[in-house]
Ligand binder design. Structure first.
Ligand code: AMP
Ligand code: MG
Length: 409
């Protein structure tokens, strides 16, 4: 049976960045830019005023206390209809273009108006260029603003908007489909009948996936019958990633692996040496016209097993699909056990735990407390956790203060 590390390296071999495509700027946050973007024009596109005030020829003002004639008012979004005449001061608003003949702007606060309409600037000395931003001072047409491979932040979206890029080429997030399977399942808004339980996996996994994917869509529950299961999975293979829950273990109604293989999904591995979540199945569907084959994860049905499988394998894959180059290394920390913990088991075990990042001792590491937990169906205990402490196979007591790896949620 593969170790977690071996299984993960197989997943990552298949999880390559999705083909770039155009997307609306508003949808591009957090995505990887897949083209170089240059300025389409100078910015500012004209010599503009930086303040509300009067556009002047500095030679008319400096060192003089005289009165100037008030000229044409220039508001933002309008262009002057005539040049500034000598001896004239034109009221101008922030962001408006300076008229020809003006080389500076005096702030309105430094002006004095007279009833006859003239204006003076007592004591003002004004150098050419004052309160003016010249055309192209921020950027010149053709300047490289963002390089391909930039992870788009909110400010980058602003820069792209400023150069008219209402659409950009990006590496998109994956389109994830979630397929719950199991005769015993009913949806959360239904009342379980005898022998039935509610489908808790899909909502949780869709919420997790949506953090890393472009969409995460839940499909209706598929019954443990070959025909319906096959049709459901076939539909699921249209996504970039298909997360199937349940039906991957050794029971007589665990039909997912055989159904997948009959549909041409190539098995990469089945079963990983870990607890919970051993029966995990991973494979790759046939190539699609829209891109590479769907990555298919068959997660065990127990909610905590599915969760651990998601965190260990699906999360890094979703990151890699959207072009993240550091997709694996960001999920673990080391922490000191806050109390002794006896672990028994023949497989490495991910135990729901609470890391206290504020409690850093001599080694500078946070503490971690393994929580009371009733096993792979006990999701309630995990609601108190923010990670899973990893204990190696074997029966032994782990001492208080021992340093253990923690898979973070
Ligand atoms: P399976 O992997 O299909 O053998 O299911 C293992 C256990 O997980 C069984 O007890 C199932 O009832 C339970 N289970 C399967 N799917 C879900 C689900 N979507 N939500 C909650 N429990 C599930
Ligand atoms: Mg089942």
């Amino acid at each position: 049976m593969l170790t977690v590390e071996q299984a993960l390296s197989h997943v990552m071999e298949w999880a390559k960045p999705l083909p770039p495509r155009r997307c609306r700027l508003a949808d591009a946050l957090g995505l990887l830019l897949a083209e170089d973007v240059d300025a389409d024009r100078d910015s500012p596109p004209f010599d503009k005023s930086l303040v509300d005030g009067f556009a002047v020829n500095s030679a008319d003002v400096s060192g003089r206390d005289g009165w100037l004639t008030v000229g044409e008012e220039i508001t933002a979004g309008h262009v002057p209809t005539r040049p500034l005449a000598r001896g004239e001061a034109a009221p101008i608003m922030t962001g408006a273009p300076l008229p020809d003949g003006a080389d500076a702007v005096i702030m309105i606060e430094d002006s004095r108006r007279r009833d006859d309409g003239s204006v003076s600037f007592p004591g003002a000395t004004i150098a050419p260029g004052r309160n003016r931003m010249s055309r192209g001072q921020e950027m010149r047409a053709g300047d490289r603003l963002l390089a391909s491979g930039t992870l788009l932040k909110p400010v980058d979206l602003g820069v792209l908007a400023s150069v008219g890029r209402a659409q950009v080429q990006v590496v998109p997030g994956a389109r994830v489909l979630l397929q719950p399977t199991g005769d015993e399942l009913v949806e959360p808004d239904e009342v379980p009948g005898p022998g039935q339980i509610r489908n808790s996996n899909t909502t949780m996994l869709a919420a997790l996936a949506s953090e890393y994917a472009s969409s995460a869509e839940a499909l209706p529950i598929a019954r443990d019958e070959p025909g319906p299961l096959s049709s459901a999975i076939e539909r699921g293979l249209t996504g970039d990633v298909l997360l199937i829950t349940g039906g991957v273990s050794a029971g007589s109604r665990d039909l997912v692996p055989s159904t997948l293989e009959a549909l041409g999904v190539k098995r990469v591995f089945h079963k990983v040496r870990l607890k919970p979540g051993k029966p995990l199945w991973f494979g790759v569907g046939p190539a699609r016209s829209s891109g590479p084959g769907c990555l298919v994860f068959g997660l065990p049905g127990n909610p905590v097993s599915g969760l651990v499988g998601f965190l260990l394998f699906v999360r890094p894959a979703l990151r890699a699909l959207r072009g993240c180059t550091d997709a694996v290394s960001m999920d673990t920390t080391k922490a000191r056990l806050s109390s002794a913990f006896a672990h028994r088991g023949d497989r490495p075990t991910y135990h729901p735990s609470r890391v206290d990042f504020m409690d850093r001792g001599s080694k500078g590491l946070p503490t971690v407390e393994p929580l009371r937990w009733a096993g792979s169906s006990d999701l309630r205990a995990v609601a108190q956790a923010n990670g899973f402490a990893l204990f190696p196979a074997g029966d032994r007591e782990h001492a208080k203060g021992e340093v253990v790896p923690v898979l973070l949620m």
